[in-house]
Design a protein around this ligand. Sequence first.
Ligand code: ADP
Ligand code: MG
Length: 698
Amino acid sequence: MDILDQDIMFLTGVGPKKKEILSKELGIQSYRDLLEYYPYKYVDRTKLYLISELVQDMPFVQIKGHILSFEEYDMGKRKKRVVAHFADGHGVCDLVWFNGIQYVYKNYLIGKEYIVFGKPTFYGGRFQFTHPDIDDANDLQLNDMGMQPFYSTTEKMKKVGLTSRAMERLTKTLVAKISSPLKETLPDFIMQRLHLISRDEAMRKIHYPKSVDDTKRAQLRLKFEELFYVQLNILRYASDHRRKYRGYNFKTVGAQFNWFYTHNLPFQLTNAQKRVMKEIRADVANGQQMNRLLQGDVGSGKTLVALMSMLIAIDNNFQACLMAPTEILAEQHLQTIKEFLKGMNLRIELLTGIVKGKKRKEVLDGLIDGSIHIVVGTHAIIEDKVQFNNLGLAVIDEQHRFGVAQRAKLWSKSTNPPHVLVMTATPIPRTLAMTIYGDLDVSVIDELPPGRKPIETVHKYDSQTTSLYNGIRQQIDLGRQVYIVFPLIKESEKMDLKNLETGYETLLEVFPQYKLSKIHGKMKDKEKEEEMRRFAEGETHILVATTVIEVGVNVPNASVMIIFDAQRFGLSQLHQLRGRVGRGAEQSYCILVTPYQLSTETRKRIDIMCNTNDGFEIAEADLKLRGPGDLEGTQQSGIAFDLKIADIAHDGQIVQMARDEAQKIIDADPTCTKSEYNLLWERLKELRKTNINWAAIS
Ligand code: ADP
Ligand code: MG
């Protein structure tokens, strides 16, 4: 048996109770699991500072000395602060605790030598350490004081003594116990080319580094390996898929496309739109199945690109479908498309959950007999009951809610899989796209239609409503319209609704001279539509809404977007909402309203919004602030984010390296038959077996 498969209970220091907690809290059951539980940071403990050397704004440091005396301060409400005066022969500083005071008295003795570790702050004329890490100086000298690893732990773990320190001891015990070198998982030629250390060395150094350099080399090796196999998996999958399925060949660009282009297209395409159309045309005519991701900021004109691609499908006697994430959006797409294709004698139908009974049957029949050219809808389209005569192209708008699994369902709708164009208005940073949509080719519309002025974004506190209302009046008196958005969070729909209602009442009072529309998710679709129509046609001046207007709605005359409680929205959502304005020729504004009290992170988000209109920049920032796991859509994307050490947000370069190496391998051995790559294919198989999420896409 591989020693790594050994039950964690056989490790010194782990009994049944700790085993249970480790398994429940972290999923650690075997030696391997523990070995792959990596530290999240290291602190250099090779250097001791003198108290007299401390200066302001230092990172974590350690000092060695003894406690002179304790002092207690009353802080009201039965709260106490205890301060230990601590000296090292060169100066005195304070150690401060706000709770756990009994523990402090019991464990820390006056006069005994300690090593104190923490971040010094300057307060009341001297340095202090708040809730510092304290070790017996004698204990620590037993350790060789190198880089100290920190492991994340949970409350439940701490209760049974599994602190970061305890985890450190366990991993060290384990590393010592593994006497023969760990099996290598990367071929020599890759390690040599990229100057990577061996897996064995990396595993030992990641838990037991002696220097900063050790941690860096170990991290690089392990991060690369992890990302490399993710990429190899994706590219392998894409390559197999391409070899297995042929794509429909859309040979001609014919009558429908040309008619549309010369008679119906109301404006010039932007250069970016032209470029993307060329990419798509090349894709659908090369005998392979297209799998393309179309990224473009809100308002960049993706819908038009989708429409023209669908016309090419129709010109080649295929059907096309367009799927949107919501019913409202599907209906809007339907209208837009019908408008664009006026007079062209094409059958375009809607298929969503609300299309029922006789109408539904008509649509289903039309899809099977081929009389419908384009169907626009929601998830309803991928239901098993829906059959096409010959689906040639599927366009998926706002892909977040469509994962690989759903795409696979689409493929089963015709003999060959249809070409797939996935559109997203939330630009995805390159490295993330490479990982979640790694099997897709990417097109980017990086240019807005001409004549758009950048939207001006301003942050206001909710105490500044007077100037806010004045601004609204000014704009409406200039003939413009205004969106006012209140947050909607599912868990507290009732409360949100109340928010919206109260807000609406207030606005009615403030603006008796204007007409208001109101839209929220609890309304009937008919009512929603009616309200939306009134606003779109300029009958009402202000549209008060929840985030139902987030995607798609198009009212070029609206020039102001006001978002109340903006702190409750994520960056990409704010950016989407903002994209509702700035669609006409007039200067547009986005006002983010928040309370005065904001967390640092929220303030950063608001600042980013005020400083840039660039969706890619916002997406990068979002990724860095929230991490990829939280990004909308990544969970459903079908590819695991249970990366153990790499971090897509910060390891972009390594992602690229991994991608390049994986591509080289796929190109060199497309059929997995060359012996020099055997190690890689075996390892990939192993990983696919143990990783459920990977299995889902393979
Ligand atoms: P997206 O789906 O990328 O958010 P849309 O396709 O909804 O953007 O386009 C936004 C608006 O810009 C629509 O009113 C559309 O008709 C218009 N539009 C698209 N392409 C152009 C263009 N090349 N020139 C002028 N207007 C355009
Ligand atoms: Mg759109």
